[in-house]
Design a protein around this ligand. Sequence first.
Ligand code: NAD
Length: 266
Amino acid sequence: MRMTRTYIITGSASGIGEATAQKLKSLGQKVIGVDIHKADVVADLSTHQGRIDAAKKTIELSKNSIDAVIACAGLAYPTAATVQVNYFGVTEFVTELLPTLTQSKTPRVVITSSVASIMPNSTELVDAMLANDEAKAVEIAQALVDAGGGGEQLIYGSTKRAISRWIRQQCLKPQWAAAGIPINAVGPAIVKTPMVDQLIKTAEERDGLSKLVPMPLNGFMEPETVASLLIWLTGVNNTHVTGQTIYIDGGFERIVRGEDVWSWHQ
Ligand code: NAD
């Protein structure tokens, strides 16, 4: 007999989070959606209080039974709010759920990073996030915005670099590895969701984005494609994949990083 699992999905009102929630529900799983609107738990993950309140309500609604967290809420704007949602809106919320998650027999976590994690970023901003210094990270991001001249375009990639590094920082710690919790990320290239729809309204814009983020294998993808990978990574069959960012990108990561990703060690 198959057991029903309880999945917490942030960003469940749109795009990848919505597609994942629908797919899991169609498989008979229990889903608690968290979003700033249209969700079981309506919460603003950009603030400390919003994350604490969201975690409390989520745990209550789950009746203290959480098997997996799938963190999809995110912003792609070149603003300081992107740091608050994409990094701290994940790390603080997930950490708050950890004691409840640990009680599951098969606990799992996955986060949506991005191919932007391997694109240009601000080392100073990434370091502030990894140091868990939200005030400093916001200050650095705001300074990039105020300075203009394109530096603000580093903010999104920096949040995704930091989140992909955070899972590696965390995954071996006793509260994760010894507790039997795989924690991973996915790194999509271009997914046809409201986040990118606004950028590809014309054929010219679509062409421009394809040149910026080439995807030789099958081109732009549907959110359901990413949902399938998120569901596998948080399913009971994932017993040993941890600390990874799985690029789901039609070959873009291969183009950027080249064939040899092993030469860091001779
Ligand atoms: P989307 O805009 O369709 O959905 C994002 C969701 O996050 C929305 O429902 C939104 O309301 C929610 N959200 C935003 N701010 C919030 C806040 N403060 N509190 C609570 N919820 C909030 O975007 P998407 O394309 O589905 O993106 C999902 C994730 O995947 C994001 O982290 C994004 O960075 C990442 N991603 C997307 C793409 C892409 O091409 N679409 C590529 C790589 C990575």
